[in-house]
Ligand binder design. Sequence first.
Ligand SMILES: Nc1ncnc2c1ncn2[C@@H]1O[C@H](COP(=O)(O)OP(=O)(O)OP(=O)(O)O)[C@@H](O)[C@H]1O
Ligand SMILES: [Mg+2]
Length: 606
Amino acid sequence: MSAGERDVEAEVATASIGREGRRAALALFRELVAPYKWLVVGMVATLLCDIVGMLYIPTELAALVNTAIAARDTDALVGHGVSMLVAAVVGSGGCIASYYLASKFAANVGRDLRVRVYEKSLDLAHSDFEQFGTGSMITRTLSDANVVQQMLLMGFIMMGPVPVTCVVAILLAFGVDPVMGRLLVAVTLVILVIFGLAVWRSAPIFVMLQSFIDRMNVRLREYITGVRVIRAFGRESRERERLDSTFESYADRAIRVNLVFSTCDCATFFLMNVVESTILWVGADRVGAHAMQIGSISALIEYAMLIMFFMMMAQFAILQMPRGLACLSRAAQVLSATPVILDPEVPAELPSGDDAPAEVARFDHVSFRFGDADEDTLHNLDFALRRGEVTAVIGNTGSGKSTIAKMLLRFHDATGGRLLFLGRDVRDVSQHELRDRISYVPQRAWLFSGTIAQNLRDGDTKATDERLWHALDVAQASFVHELPDGLDGRVSQGGTNFSGGQRQRLAIARALVRKADLYVFDDSFSALDFKTDAALRHALSGELEGAATLLIAQRVSTIRDADQIVVLDEGRLAGVGKHDELVRTCPTYRAIVESQQMEGGEADGE
Ligand SMILES: Nc1ncnc2c1ncn2[C@@H]1O[C@H](COP(=O)(O)OP(=O)(O)OP(=O)(O)O)[C@@H](O)[C@H]1O
Ligand SMILES: [Mg+2]
């Protein structure tokens, strides 16, 4: 199964969340709402003003028709008119205020959720991220939080008025005439049952529709990010078919949902007319029996219409609820994940200055296995990185070189043995302090969008321009001098407006800007030509005298002068020593040297 398909499966699986997920979602919901109790109280109060004002107008109108107009009483007429005006002002004021408070509430809760998921994602290790999938993490942080926000807003604005309207309207109707009150209760119950049935019918299709939206997202994202590969391999038609089939399945479901909705719409309008006729019929009878006055009929019709209108709105809002709950439960999953890499409760201090030992890092019989792997990636590694020395790591691709670098930064924890940094087990030190002491050039040089200076200052925010230029010169990034904007030259996301080699040199400069005890260069010279590689190593040797250097490389020419070379063979130590010694004693190293000499003698000879 490809990663994309796995993503799709995961997304579809989350569409129906189960009891456990629902419980987690509701618990998270309570937590999110707790700080806004008073806002909710304000929302309910203003909503009450809105509804009572809205229902009071037809009541007053009926009174106006019944008494004032019939008796031609001008004073009463004015009195009722003023009451209606006040009701209109209170009602619309309440409406505006309740919308405002509800938007504020939903936006605040949405923001809190987004921030919580984002902050948690910063605590998660790479392997935790893989458990959710990077794409899904983005959806959870952005779109899921939006859905929850929408759900809250719609839920309050569209569902909130239903119970209030029903209770207030029925009470008012009973005030007019008990028979009409009972009629309104019956009408309300009948509509409730019909709308309940419609929701019950369409909810599952709606949930399915949601999973299809997720599926389309995943497919499109895969298509857009992989568009160059698709074109290069001429797979356009196959990809188009895959996309088309996803879109068609979505369209099928959407049509089914729309059918249910349009049937509901028609039924509602039919129902409105039936209810109106019934009220007129029964009302006429009651007026005839002198149980109520004729003007009250219009008020009763208005009550019934308002009840039906709000119920229809609520019906749409209810359908959003399963989606909102699913999004909440997905957020709850992230929030409840325990990161595999945790800081100790009482972190140990790392020695600094004169106290810092000469041995910066030591792999003490370290083994490492990835969570989902059957066997160890690194086996029983035992070597030290010392201050002022360059330790090189060489080995075939996939032999575990980058994993060594990542373990030093504690992106992974040893599964056997221990890794010491400045004499302390890395698990006893806070991640922040550990990483503060290490400067790292990753294998895939990654730059952030902004300017060159901003990127270099990731190494040290307080670095002066001179220091940045110095770092660039050491990193042989002289091309920056030729840029029209120099240090303010624009960097696009990932650094894609620079060549691979330029990116690598900028990443090296960024690492040099930071003063650290250990510098790690993960295959950072591979995209450089031999001449630049040599010049860079020469410049570096003076620069990094006071620190330990770990140089991971593929080319023998890059590492032959290192103080210590660690030869890796499928995660095992094949040899540790200097170049000449290893050529004599280590068959794995000799094989690497010989294969590279065969490829290009000039490489070794420079
Ligand atoms: N996240 C991961 N989950 C499982 N296995 C992984 C993961 N990352 C790497 N590996 C495996 O660990 C082994 C070592 O990977 P590593 O990236 O350290 O190799 P490398 O020596 O740096 O290779 P290269 O020279 O290509 O950069 C590989 O066999 C790889 O398949
Ligand atoms: Mg690597």
